[in-house]
Design a protein around this ligand. Structure first.
Ligand SMILES: [Mn+2]
Length: 431
C-alpha cells in the first residue's frame, strides 16, 4: 500500500479514537495546538526550531508553530494554519505532501470561529489557549485516552518507523567505516552522522550520543570531544526521524587493544548474542519487566565469563553487582517521542527504578531492546570496595567505556519485526 492510503487509514483510526475519547470525557470538540517557537534567550530574538506537540504530530507531520488541528466528531478534521509573515526565516518544509487532502485547511484559529459546546485544548502553549478563550487545557483524563491511542501503532506509523530506521542505518554504517579506518573526533563523527542521514542537529529525534573509549561510560554522552582520539571503542546511540516518528539505535564497535581489547571485544559479542536472545523472547502476553529481569541474569553470566567476578550468578544478582554494570532499563516504548507514552503506566518494581516499559507486550506495540554493560566509576566503587569484582580487570577495561546494543521492535499479528536489523544487520563487535 502507498503512503497516502496508509495515511488515510491512520487518520480514520485517529479520528474514531479521538471521537470516542471526547465522548468519554464529555467534550464536543478538541483543538490540538502545534506549539510556539521558544526563544533561545529572552535577551535576543533567536528561536529554537519547533518540536511540535506529539499529539499534533499524531495527526500530521507538520512542524509549523501556531497551527492547530480542530477535531469535531463526525466532521472532516480542520487544519488551522497560521499565516507566515516573517521575512527573516522560512518555515520547515514537510518531508512529504501526503497529508493535505485529509484536512479542511483554513487560516489561524480564531475565537469567533470555534464551534459551540465544550472544547478541550491540548498543547504546550497555554497562552494560545487563553487567547482562544479555552480554559480546559490538557485535561488529564482526555490526555490519557489520547496517549492510549499511540501505544498500538497503525500501519502508517509502522511505515514511518521503518523509514526512520533505514535513515539511521546509513549513519551507523558510515560511522562504523570511519571508526575502522582512522582516528576521528567525536564531533567529526557526529557531523558525519548528520550529513549521511540528511539531518540537521535539531531534526534528530534525540541528541546523538557519540562516545569514544571511556566516554561510553557516560550513558548520555553529548559533549563531543573536538580533537581526534586514538580510541579503541566507539558507542553510537543515534536515531533518525521520518514524518515525526523516530528511530532509536545503538551500536558498539571495537578495534585493537591487546589483551584487554580481546576481553572487551568478547564482552561486546556476548552482549550482542544476549540482545538477540532477548529479542527472540519478545511475544504478546509476556511482561516486559520479566525480559528486563532476564537481561540481568544474562549480564551476571557475562560478568562471570569475562572473569570480572568469582561470585555465582545468584550472588551477583542478590548483591546488585549486575546493577552496577547495567544501571538502566532494558528499553522503552517508541513512536512520536523517543520515550513514547503508554507503556510505563505501572511503576516498575523498586529494584528496577529506571525501567520505562512495564507493560504486558501486545500486538501493535513498538519498543526498544537495549541492554548495556559499562565501566562507570561511581557505580563500581562500592562493589570494588566490597571485593566483589576484580579490580585489576576493571581498571584494564575502563578505557573502553561500555557497550550498548539497541534495536527497535514491532509486535505484529504475524510475528515480531526487528525494524533495525532488517536495515542494519550487525549490533556490534570488531569494526
Ligand atoms: Mn533507547
Amino acid at each position: 500500500m502507498d503512503l497516502a492510503t496508509l495515511y488515510r487509514q491512520h487518520v480514520t483510526k485517529v479520528s474514531a479514537g479521538t471521537a470516542a475519547a471526547l465522548e468519554k470525557t464529555g467534550h464536543d470538540a478538541l483543538l490540538i495546538h502545534s506549539g510556539r517557537a521558544l526563544k533561545r534567550s529572552e535577551t535576543d530574538d533567536q528561536y529554537w526550531s519547533l518540536r511540535p506537540t506529539p499529539h499534533f504530530q499524531h495527526w500530521l507531520p507538520l512542524a509549523e508553530p501556531h497551527c492547530a488541528v480542530l477535531a469535531v466528531p463526525g466532521r472532516k478534521p480542520k487544519l488551522l494554519r497560521a499565516e507566515h509573515e516573517s521575512y527573516w526565516e522560512m518555515l520547515p518544509e514537510p518531508e512529504s505532501e501526503h497529508f493535505w487532502g485529509e484536512f479542511e485547511v483554513a487560516g489561524q484559529a480564531r475565537r469567533s470561529e470555534l464551534p459551540q459546546g465544550r472544547i478541550a485544548f491540548i498543547g504546550d502553549d497555554a497562552r494560545a489557549a487563553r487567547e482562544l478563550g479555552i480554559d480546559d487545557v490538557n485535561p488529564p483524563e482526555l490526555l490519557r485516552a489520547l496517549d492510549e491511542l499511540r501505544v498500538h501503532k497503525t500501519e502508517y506509523e509502522l511505515y514511518c518507523l521503518a523509514k526512520a530506521n533505514a535513515r539511521a542505518a546509513k549513519g551507523h554504517d558510515e560511522l562504523r567505516r570511519l571508526f575502522a579506518e582512522a582516528d576521528h573526533s567525536e564531533l567529526e563523527l557526529h557531523l558525519s552522522y548528520l550529513g549521511r542521514t540528511l539531518q540537521d542537529d535539531t531534526d534528530t529525534p534525540y541528541k546523538n550520543i557519540v562516545a569514544l573509549g571511556k566516554h561510553a561510560a557516560t550513558l548520555h554522552h553529548i559533549t563531543y570531544e573536538k580533537r581526534a582520539q586514538p580510541a579503541l571503542s566507539m558507542l553510537v546511540d543515534a536515531g533518525a526521524a521520518f514524518c515525526g516518528y523516530g528511530s532509536d539505535v545503538t551500536r558498539t564497535w571495537v578495534k585493537g587493544g591487546g589483551e584487554a581489547g580481546s576481553i572487551f571485544a568478547h564482552i561486546v559479542s556476548s552482549m550482542e548474542a544476549m540482545q538477540q536472545r532477548l529479542c527472540a523472547m519478545v511475544r504478546p502476553g509476556v511482561s516486559y519487566e520479566s525480559l528486563h529481569d532476564e537481561s540481568h541474569r544474562q549480564v551476571a553470566a557475562i560478568i562471570r565469563e569475562a572473569g570480572l567476578s568469582r561470585l555465582s550468578e545468584e550472588e551477583l544478582l542478590a548483591k546488585k553487582v549486575t546493577r552496577a554494570f547495567y544501571p538502566h532499563g532494558l528499553g522503552h516504548s517508541l513512536g512520536l517521542q523517543v520515550h513514547d507514552v503508554g507503556c510505563g503506566l505501572i511503576p516498575p518494581r523498586a529494584d528496577n527504578p529506571w525501567l520505562r516499559n512495564t507493560s504486558t507486550i501486545s500486538i501493535g506495540q513498538v519498543f526498544t531492546i537495549e541492554p548495556g554493560f559499562y565501566f562507570i566509576d561511581a557505580l563500581l566503587q562500592p562493589v570494588l570496595a566490597a571485593g566483589d569484582v576484580d579490580w585489576t580487570l576493571v581498571e584494564a577495561l575502563a578505557p573502553f567505556g561500555g557497550v550498548r546494543i539497541e534495536d527497535d521492535l514491532h509486535v505484529g499479528a504475524a510475528g515480531i519485526r526487528n525494524l533495525t536489523r532488517e536495515v542494519l544487520p550487525h549490533g556490534g563487535g570488531k569494526a
